[in-house]
Every structure is written in C-alpha cells, then in structure tokens.
Ligand binder design. Structure first.
Ligand code: F6R
Length: 260
C-alpha cells in the first residue's frame, strides 16, 4: 500500500490523471472502474482536457461504474449516470456501448448483478479502479459490515451516508435509500486501485483503512489485502495517520530514486 500526501487536491488529481493517461497510452482498450462524488472531479476534468488537446483517445476505453442509486431515472440530476455523462463521458467521447453501470431496474436484480460481474470479466477485468472513500470508510456503497468478499448487489445506505449526501437534495425531496454497488471482492480484483481522499472529515476513515485492522466495519481496510493500491491524500485527510512522517520519507525516496 502506497500513501502519497499531496500539497493540494490539484496535485493529487494531476498524479492520478497522469497514471490513467500513461496506462491509456500503453493500452488503448483500457478498462476503467469509475467513482462518482466530489473527489474524482479534478481527475475527470484533466482527462477531458487531455482529450480536447488531442493528447488522449478514449474511443476504445470501456468503463464500469462502482455504484448507482435505485429509484432515480438516468437523467435525474443526482443519478450517477448523469454525473458521469456531465463530468466525463461527454467530454472524452467514450462510445455509449462501452459504458456500464450496475443494474438498478427490472424484476430480477440478482441475475442482473451477476451479469454485471460477468461483463467485467468478459472485458478482461478492470485495469485501474478509481476510488473515493466515505467518512464511514465505505468504498463504492459497501457500507460498514459489508462482507469483504462481497460481489455486486443491492445495499441499504447507512444514516451516515444519507446525511453526508443530503446536501445534494432539495429540502423535502425524496433521497434514495438503496443503491446497487460493486462488492468489496469485486473491487479487490482490479489490477490497480487509485484512491483519493480530501478533507479532515475523512481523516479517521483513512487512518482505519491504512493503519487499522482489516475489518468489515471499515470496508476500505480490505484494500490492505491488495498488492497495488495507492492512496492520494491532502494534508487534512492524512492528518490522523500515525506513520505520516514515514510515508513522506518513502515518497521522497521514491522521487529521488525515480522509482515512481
Ligand atoms: C461514489 C462512491 C462513494 C464515494 C464516497 C466519497 O461512486 O463510490 O464511495 O467515493 O462516498 O464521496 P465524495 O467524493 O463525494 O466525498
């Protein structure tokens, strides 16, 4: 697990976007696992800019999003399908049939969730998974006590997640209580995982994920079991890490050795 404390959110977004663009250069048919929310917006802006400036071609990229709310139509302002269209897909020109979201409609969601897993496998697996983290340690919508071996399925959102996301809904507007999400086990199968976290509200979740015991109570702690995970943090999100100085020293050595 690598921990990179960045001087700013912009610098974290630069680093993550650079990783993706380099991977895309080597593999034009890159398979990306994508997150929504405020955290990855800077990365998506940089990918859109790279496409606009002719530095990147996304026409062969395939994408699988982590999660989607149940009960919101695709064009609802808070739906993740709409978020992705506005922040990334329209700007980089990924063909619509290369874009995948976990199923949220239909009578047999269980089979549809299995088909989503199968579609990921058929694409050759996820090369790079982008993640944010919830203040309760969730990744995707794998809320605390999610099985660390879980697969794509429907989850009930916790009060903490509902409260964190209430800011996106008008007073009195119905907020979805359920979502379909890739499981922790699904996420752990990605070849590389790049997690960003910004702000002091996430500091405890980051500490538990990086330094706590592996526990379903902090689902992001399962990332300790993955061989290629990088945490890109701002100073606020890094503020509770007990080995903060050590991570800084490791980073300085990496830069000096040119190993990353
Ligand atoms: C969204 C997702 C969530 C978010 C997390 C942080 O697709 O998977 O786990 O990454 O809730 O959200 P923000 O970035 O809004 O703080």
């Amino acid at each position: 697990m690598r921990v990179i404390e960045c001087p700013s959110q912009d610098q974290a977004a630069d680093l993550v976007a650079t990783e993706i663009l380099e991977a895309l250069h080597h593999k034009p048919g890159l398979v990306l696992g994508l997150a929504t929310g405020s955290t990855p917006i800077g990365v998506y802006e940089r990918l859109v800019r790279a496409r606009r400036e002719g530095r990147a071609d996304f026409s062969r990229v395939r994408t699988f999003n982590l999660d989607e709310y149940i009960g919101l139509p695709a064009d609802h302002p808070q739906s993740y399908r709409r978020f992705m269209r506005e922040h990334l897909f329209d700007g980089v020109g990924i063909p619509a049939h290369h874009v995948h979201f976990p199923p949220t409609e239909g009578k047999d969601l269980l089979s549809a969730c299995r088909a989503y897993e199968q579609a990921i496998r058929a694409a050759g697996g996820i090369d790079i998974q982008i993640l944010g983290i919830g203040s309760n340690g969730h990744i995707g919508f794998n809320e605390p006590t999610s099985s660390l071996a879980s697969r794509t399925r429907v989850k009930t959102l916790t009060d903490k997640t509902l409260a964190d996301n209430a800011r996106f809904y008008a007073p009195g507007e119905q907020q979805p209580q359920l979502a379909t999400t890739m499981g922790v086990g699904t996420i752990l199968e990605a070849r590389r995982i790049l997690l960003q976290s910004f702000g002091s509200k996430k500091a405890e979740a980051v500490r538990q994920a990086v330094e706590g015991p592996v526990s379903s109570f902090w689902p992001a702690s399962a990332l300790q079991l993955h061989p290629d995970v990088v945490f890109y943090l701002d100073g606020d999100s890094a503020s509770s890490l007990t080995m903060r100085e050590y991570y800084r020293r490791v980073r300085r050595n990496e830069l000096e050795l040119g190993s990353h």
